[in-house]
Ligand binder design. Sequence first.
Ligand code: FE2
Ligand code: FE2
Length: 225
Amino acid sequence: MATRTQSRPTNSSRSRGSSTRSSSSNESSSSSRSGNSSDRSAFSWGDNAGPLLGAAIAGMAIGFAANYGRKALMQGMEATVGDWDAILAAEHDLALAIFDKMLATDSSQTFKRKMLLMKLTHALDKHAHQEEMVVYPALRDANEAVDADHLEGEHGYIKTFIYDLNEMGADSPTWLDKVREFRQLVASHAHMEEEEVFPRFKQELSEEQNSRITSLVNRDGFWMA
Ligand SMILES: [Fe+2]
Ligand SMILES: [Fe+2]
């Protein structure tokens, strides 16, 4: 207690001293600022900021519109496929086709392998997001949690393959074996969805519920495109 009582005045006198110092230094610096330039802050845009700001906003708007158009085009192409299950099945086919291109490469084609892996990663990422944010939650709500959890668990292993392929390097002698194993997992996962889980679930849905899931899958795919 005594120590604490003793230390308090020391601290407060130190802080008083420093506040006096800082207040006087503030005064001098503020007076020097006021003598320097009127009221321009460090965040001032300057006199010519108007046109620059306008150009920056216009550039951002063009970029946003271009990206929006690209997404609309990509998603529009997919939306013509049909219901949510047909959209997802088309995405399975797309991913499997990328795997086939990867398997047709040799170890000298490292650039092509890297590009194909990037393309596959983006396709699978978008696809997994649509399933994990829409279809699997809807499955759980329809008392199909066991299948939904199993499928979502497999998505984790799909990400592990992507991680491993990135880590091992495109010229690795075991790259093709890894891709082949990866393709098998995606093919059997897609088969379970297309042949067992999705048809069974779709049978239970009303026309309205089915349309709602299709709309949500399309919307999610749009933002992920
Ligand atoms: Fe899946
Ligand atoms: Fe899928």
